[in-house]
Design a protein around this ligand. Structure first.
Ligand code: URA
Length: 246
């Protein structure tokens, strides 16, 4: 709940002072009732606020969701070719959310969706170097030297990848590698593993900016907790120096 004049000012209707005058002169209604008392508290996300009969826009409750994207689903809210998209896995809601970054069609795992454009932009901005952790099932078992190359940078598209962390998560004939990168180049993990001769057969993102997928089932969605949103905001806030491991 916030003071009406503050909401009008924040919505860019008028200055705080001029907003007070709009209210006092009876030009503002809340849910159809004229409000003239200054300092009346209203909920900008729920209440219908009108000035001279026109509803003020621009207030949307921030929504932060986590989805465990299944493979075969496009990271997009609609697809002109009619392929299944992540939109089909979300419950209908008033607020329109958008995916933060992309997972390939054949990748699965943690996808954040939000209507908080600032957070989404910052999480994806290269200067923020937000760490993203993946589990990749690869062909064969990378040796210590391959892991070192992944960590120090391999060349893709003629440009070396930034420092990363890589380790064997599960050995076997075909190992699972856990890799943390702080860039977001197209098909990056797949191309990094190709570069060391261990192509990926399965790829799952398990962590982004301090938020983990945990036990969320494939195809399921849940809202982020306040603590998780705070962690994401912290991860997206700071510009990091280059050359450091994520
Ligand atoms: N790297 C990839 O190669 N694919 C993804 O979906 C994400 C990171």
């Amino acid at each position: 709940m916030e003071r009406l004049q503050k909401i009008l000012a924040r919505a860019g209707i008028a200055s705080r002072r001029a907003s007070e005058e709009l209210i006092s002169s009876g030009r503002v209604t809340v849910n159809g009732t004229v409000i003239t008392r200054l300092g009346t508290r209203v909920d900008p996300f729920e209440d219908s606020i009108k000035v001279d009969g026109k509803r003020i826009k621009g207030f949307e409750r921030p929504v932060y969701l986590m989805l465990n994207k299944p493979k075969g689903v496009l990271t997009s809210m609609d697809d002109p070719e009619g392929r299944p998209t992540v939109a089909g896995l979300l419950k209908r809601s008033k607020e329109r959310v958008f995916p933060v970054g992309r997972l390939d069609m054949q990748s699965e795992g943690l996808l954040i969706l939000t209507n908080d454009g600032d957070l989404a932009r910052n999480l994806m901005h290269p200067s923020k170097k937000v760490p993203k952790t993946y589990l990749a099932k690869v062909r064969g078992v990378p040796e210590a030297n391959d892991l070192r190359r992944l960590e120090n940078g391999v060349r893709i598209d003629g440009r070396k990848t930034a420092p990363a962390e890589a380790r064997i998560a599960r050995p076997g004939t075909n190992a699972w590698v856990q890799i943390t990168i702080s860039e977001g180049r197209k098909h990056q993990v797949r191309r990094m593993m190709d570069a060391v001769g261990h192509p990926v057969s399965k790829l799952r993102r398990i962590r982004l900016g301090g938020v983990s997928l945990g036990k969320l089932a494939v195809g399921e969605v849940r809202p982020l907790t306040e603590a998780e949103v705070a962690r994401l905001k912290r991860a997206a806030a700071t510009e990091k120096k280059s050359g450091k491991r994520p």
